[in-house]
Ligand binder design. Sequence first.
Ligand code: 2IP
Ligand code: CA
Ligand code: CA
Length: 380
Amino acid sequence: MAGLLKSLVSVSEKAAHIARLCRQEDALFHLLVAEKTGADKNERFVQDFKTLADVLIQEVIRHDVGKEFPELRDHICGEESNEFGNGLGETVAVRVCATQGDTAALLCRVLDRNREAAELLAAAVHQDVALADAELDAVALSIPAEDLAIWIDPIDSTNEYIRGCEDVAPVEGIYPSGLRSALVLIGAYDRHTGCPVLGVINEPFFRRDPLTRRWHGRYHWGVSYRGARLSSLSPPPLRPQPAVVLSRAETAAVRGALAPLCGPRLRFAAGAGYKMLCVILGLADAYVLSEGSTFAWDACAPHAILRALGGGAVALAGAVRGRREGDAAAAAGPPQLLYNRPAEGAAGAQRWANRGGLVAYAHPQHLEAVLAALAAVPGL
Ligand code: 2IP
Ligand code: CA
Ligand code: CA
């Protein structure tokens, strides 16, 4: 298990390195921010390069983890499909090949013969990551990998990643937008129960060196398995008045209902993963989302860390309904989000949407207060 945790942290570091590389290397950065307009639109490869960054990172994670843990190989899924159409009418399945040269050749086909970009990416894909983390090495927990499955969001908050604002000022420690909210999310859940077990969040753009202007990252992890709870972080302190973080797209009804509870402590940020990270770090006490606009791969990793810290994440609509109806089961707290059950009657990505929104929280008291405040919102 310590092996799997370390492997997920290592591959998150490689993923973060690729995410930074795409912004640091001119040959890649031009592709990342290229606006495809008019005739230019169909000339180059059909999908945007930004999708390739996402797909490639997901494939690297799948490859590296699957190689070390063959029992997981068929149970590693993510947001992206690896099928790519290039400008020449070919469909290419993006994957990590046996050698760096083969990966470069394959990427070259995807990138419409841009060899420089393909070689830069292939080198990063095949580079080993040396991890020196004594705390991680000391984790002694045994969880059979054959009971687990994995959700990957290779880059959450893609819009902020592409726009790349570097100088956003934080509000009470929370960055409302910008590169800081682009994260790599890798979550493992129990294949049989669907419960989140292990989460790694990597922040590729945590700190910028004032001299080199290069970005440096950091990572966090948490494990919650059969009563055992471990994390690289400590549980955040309980605040009497909760701060709640919302999407800027959140409804006026939800904002209004939370205002009396939070007073001036209502916050806004981009990125579903980043908002959950704010709760994990104690910058906010809860994240409320009333729409089904997040997916299993957004929530699994941060949810596992929240469980490790004594918090959790529940479906908002179900929790509010259970509370209204005086559901006996709801008295013990609404059920946690699960990750192994596709939504009935849905197709494609929607099968894995967190329908009915969610509440992520650090302390059960704050979940209760948030649900009480939202009970009067029509339509929830
Ligand atoms: C998105 C991303 C968005 C978020 C949305 C996620 O994932 O995190 O920022 O919306 O829910 O699915 P918002 O910022 O309004 O919370 P991705 O960037 O991976 O598509
Ligand atoms: Ca996402
Ligand atoms: Ca994504």
